[in-house]
Design a protein around this ligand. Sequence first.
Ligand code: ADP
Ligand code: ADP
Length: 223
Amino acid sequence: MSISVIDANKRYGDFAALDNVSIDIPEGSLTSLLGPSGSGKSTLLRAIAGLDTLDSGTVIISGNDVSRASPQKRDIGFVFQHYAAFKHLNVRDNIAFGLKIRKRSKAEINAKVDELLDVVGLTVFQKRFPAQLSGGQRQRMALARALAVDPQVLLLDEPFGALDAKVREDLRKWLRRLHDEVHVTTVLVTHDQQEALDVSDRIAVLNKGRIEQVGTPGDLYDR
Ligand code: ADP
Ligand code: ADP
């Protein structure tokens, strides 16, 4: 599902966190919001999610104006930097959680969870508890859990930010593979240019609350 943000403004006191931002995010793309700390990336992501209200502007998801809709009504999966897993549930049950509260059938839940465990490479760890996983494995579990309920949109706010460089690189490959299999419209917030270049179809470069450039990695950077 495509996302459009039109003329978004958000101020904190005198400070413009978003200064008339407009962006179109194509259906099925993996788009990165790239910029330094404080450039407005999280604010834009939270506005798409409905976690923050804009001072003015419009958010459209698959043709519907959701500017006033609650996060629950927007059908979005989230993964944040510090992912809160259920400590008392094993990997399998963490991934299944959203399906269970939606009262899906056992057969459907099992099929979906098996598929996602495979895609994120956690089949052999499915009985482990979050504390028994590495940071990278935990974030892969987080991706699988967010995707389990087939959201229209997946929003990732520095999902690999707390991890070391080697693990981040590994996770980029997982994210890219996951996206190639699932094709859900994905928006990734990152301050890491290499990460944006490696995983994205499109990159929007933010600075001081404005979008400075949008394009494919090849459009924006000589490689
Ligand atoms: P980024 O994600 O690019 O690091 P943010 O969108 O988190 O940037 O923040 C943009 C600017 O808005 C920053 O200067 C930040 O300090 C400010 N800001 C964000 N949230 C708040 C808030 N709740 N109250 C005051 N200022 C905020
Ligand atoms: P990020 O690493 O995603 O940019 P921050 O650490 O800047 O996030 O902000 C974390 C939370 O604190 C967010 O919910 C943001 O809205 C809020 N926040 C950021 N800057 C400020 C600020 N200057 N005053 C109050 N809240 C802020």
